[in-house]
Design a protein around this ligand. Structure first.
Ligand code: ATP
Ligand code: MG
Length: 325
């Protein structure tokens, strides 16, 4: 099972929308998908139309009441299963403090269902606390959704430093798979500048021994699309709510891109069903109407010898995460 944490400590950047709709798209392409709602806000659970009451199975019960992951799984659609969240999870940061091995509870639970699924996507809360550490310990890949505005890079250093720390202490297999631009409005100068800044930032780490030294900016961008904002209110993924809209097109293209690149993290080393027939998604730097003509492949970039300079704004996260670890 591939395990992917969808993470950015900034709020409202598209994490939950991505887990719900990328998960649904991967399921429609024939993969057995598990999504885990690790956010006390329970937005993913609501988005999928699932029960958020304290009575039902939940990730809180898995983390703190000894419920097995297998017992916590509920059906959420075509090839799509979920472990849901509820408000009880808000207390988990405190409750986990006294638990031995508190950073790896989720990892241990998911390991037991490793063969039941092809891919697991974990929706993280907008913070770098113990729940996020559990996600980073359980995952082998990280996808970072970002909004293409002028503060896009601010905070990225802090996030990457935390990932580096977890990789050193808890999970040496952890890699940043890519950065995903969400709510993209093509054609603006600002978007172009953000893309260029991000590519320089990622290029600066090529060849270094860092968890993000192979990270790519996804070719697929998720366009701003009102249908994506509406669908959670109906408890539906975009493929049930409005399967013909740009939002559905973009998440299907993202799913194919995620499947197409075999970076060694897949359990069987093979792309899953559907990955050979990449469509023509909107790509970075293009107007929405200008669709790419060929399957999406990562650009070859020359490796650079020097590592990305550690960011100053990583210091706070490092201090608090070190205390937790
Ligand atoms: N491509 C898009 N176009 C339009 N609206 C979007 C798009 N992606 C997400 N949204 C909307 O933006 C808001 C924030 O998205 P989302 O909840 O996915 O972000 P998040 O990073 O999970 O937020 P949080 O940090 O609070 O968990 C939601 O109302 C969502 O419906
Ligand atoms: Mg969210």
């Amino acid at each position: 099972m591939r395990s992917v944490a969808v993470l950015n400590q900034k709020g409202g950047v598209g994490k939950t929308t991505t887990v719900a709709n990328l998960g649904a798209a991967l399921g429609r392409l024939g993969n057995r998908v598990l999504v885990v709602d690790l956010d006390p806000q329970s937005h993913l659970t609501l988005h999928l139309g699932l029960d958020t009451s304290s009575d039902g199975p939940s990730v809180h019960k898995v983390l703190l009441d000894g419920m097995s992951a297998a017992d916590a799984i509920v059906d959420a659609g075509e090839n799509l299963s979920a472990i849901s969240s509820n408000i009880d999870l808000a207390a988990a940061e405190l409750e986990l403090v006294s638990v031995v091995g508190r950073e790896v509870v989720l990892r241990d639970a998911l390991e037991k269902i490793n063969t039941h699924f092809d891919i697991c996507l974990i929706d993280c809360p907008p913070s770098l606390g113990i729940l996020t550490l559990n996600a980073l310990a359980a995952a082998r890949e990280v996808i970072i959704p970002l909004l293409p505005h002028f503060l896009a890079l601010q905070g990225l250093g802090k996030l990457l430093e935390t990932i580096a720390l977890v990789s050193r202490r808890l999970n040496p297999d952890l890699t940043v798979r890519g950065v995903l631009l969400c709510m993209y409005e093509g054609g603006t100068r600002l978007c172009g500048e953000v893309v260029s800044d991000l590519e320089s930032f990622l290029d600066a780490a090529r060849g270094a021994n860092l968890p993000w030294s192979r990270a790519e900016l996804f070719k697929t961008v998720i366009r701003r699309n009102v249908r994506l904002a509406e669908s959670p209110s109906y408890g539906q993924t975009i493929f049930c709510y409005e399967p013909k809209c740009h939002g559905a097109e973009d998440y299907e293209a993202l799913a194919r891109e995620v499947l197409a690149v075999d970076d060694g993290n897949q359990a069987d080393g093979q792309p899953a069903a559907g990955s050979q027939t990449a469509p023509t998604p909107v790509t970075v730097g293009e107007q929405p109407a200008a669709q790419a003509a060929s399957p999406q492949q990562p650009e070859a970039r020359p490796p650079r010898p020097e590592a990305a300079a550690p960011s100053q704004d990583g210091a706070d996260a490092l201090v608090s995460t070190r205390q937790t670890l």
